[in-house]
Design a binder for this molecule. Structure first.
Ligand code: NDP
Ligand code: OXD
Length: 314
């Protein structure tokens, strides 16, 4: 068994620390890992989710900051220790969850399953005219770890799939669009729109009246990335005008979604509580521990899969 002489501090809000600490101790015998509290000793690495600014201020010696999620938007709002590398989760069991969630939302709308459910509840044996999947092209915004897996899964159901990313991609069965120059072409070619972008200054509010209006009539929006990608009132206006047929929203500007928010009661909106792809403890600990072990063997932190480019913000 390899012994690692490293000190790790754990600061994940809304998480019971003990099972995580036990899993890390088992994965990295000899490492000194404990839950952070104000005044805790300096550590080399941190395992975090939504830590307070005080945590960063009191840990100036951190080299690696390992996020227990894929999105680092909240973390990058903090002042980080100079020279620390942020490493986000690189799949760790999330992409399959995201693929099943998005496919479910697409199929539920395409096959009119809500309509059947309502009919059945009234004892009605009803049929709807079969729809052609060629009329329901799916646009995926973001073709990273999660977006690519989702795009491939949707293509398996023989929907036409468009993908939009910052840099051009070649993915079998996916028509690629890249950069702001091709955003309009991507949108007009799509009826379903799935957002799997990181939240950065360049992507905030990207789902707005102008962009959503470009979707094909009867468009359907699935936001599984971050609430601040979407301009809430613009979505509601386009649903109410009939241009958009519906939306599945998993993420919100304020979470939990406030009780008086219009999304809860809108008949064309399905709300889920930020649950499309959950952090899985076993996979997450295995991935982070393996990365810490690689660093202990001399691998540069900045070369780890999931190392965040602070300039790009993801
Ligand atoms: P990645 O970093 O692997 O992928 C990001 C993708 O977005 C890349 O294809 C990137 O393009 C593209 N992108 C970034 N900025 C732009 C831009 N300005 N214009 C066009 N494309 C852009 O991230 P993941 O796939 O791992 O995760 C995506 C997001 O999903 C996370 O940031 C998080 O917010 C969200 N998420 C939500 C969860 C939930 O439960 N709801 C769970 C997990 C994640 P390029 O490839 O060219 O760099
Ligand atoms: C994540 C999330 O970014 O769960 O991992 O939203």
């Amino acid at each position: 068994m390899t012994e690692f002489l490293m000190r790790i501090t754990f600061c994940c809000t809304h998480t019971k620390a003990e099972p995580w600490l036990a899993a890390f101790r088992a994965a990295l015998p000899g490492a000194d890992i404990s839950e952070w509290a104000p005044g805790a000793p300096q550590a080399e690495h941190a395992v975090v989710w939504s830590p307070p600014q005080q945590f960063m201020d009191e840990q100036p010696a951190l080299k690696g900051i390992f996020n227990t999620g894929a999105g680092v938007d909240a973390l990058l709002k903090l002042r980080l220790p100079a020279g620390a590398t942020v490493v986000r989760l690189d799949d760790a069991g999330m992409s399959v969850q995201m693929a099943e969630f998005v496919c479910h939302a697409i199929i539920r709308h395409f096959r009119e399953l809500d309509g059947y459910e309502a009919d059945v509840a009234q004892g009605k044996w009803s049929f709807r005219k079969p729809r052609s999947r060629g009329d329901f092209p799916v646009g995926i915004m973001g073709l990273g770890v999660l977006g690519e897996r989702v795009a491939r899964a949707v293509a398996q159901f023989e929907f036409p799939v468009n993908g939009w990313s910052r840099s051009p991609k070649a993915i079998d069965g996916v028509r690629g669009f890249a950069g702001m120059d091709q955003l309009n072409d991507f949108l007009v070619a799509s009826r379903f729109l799935v957002c799997l972008l990181p939240l950065t200054p360049g992507t905030q509010d990207i789902l707005n009246r102008a962009t959503l209006s470009r979707l094909q009539p009867g468009g359907y929006v699935i936001n599984v990335a971050r609430g601040a990608h979407l301009v809430d009132d613009d979505l509601i206006a386009l649903l109410d005008s009939g241009h958009l047929a519906g939306a599945t929203l998993d993420v919100f500007r304020t979470e939990p979604l406030p009780p008086d928010h219009a999304f809860w009661r809108h008949p064309k909106i399905t709300v889920t509580p930020h649950t499309s792809a959950r952090t899985l403890r076993e996979e997450t600990v295995a991935q982070i521990a393996a990365k810490m072990a690689a660093v202990a063997r001399g691998e540069p932190l900045a070369r780890l899969p999931g190392a965040v480019d602070l300039q790009k913000g993801y």
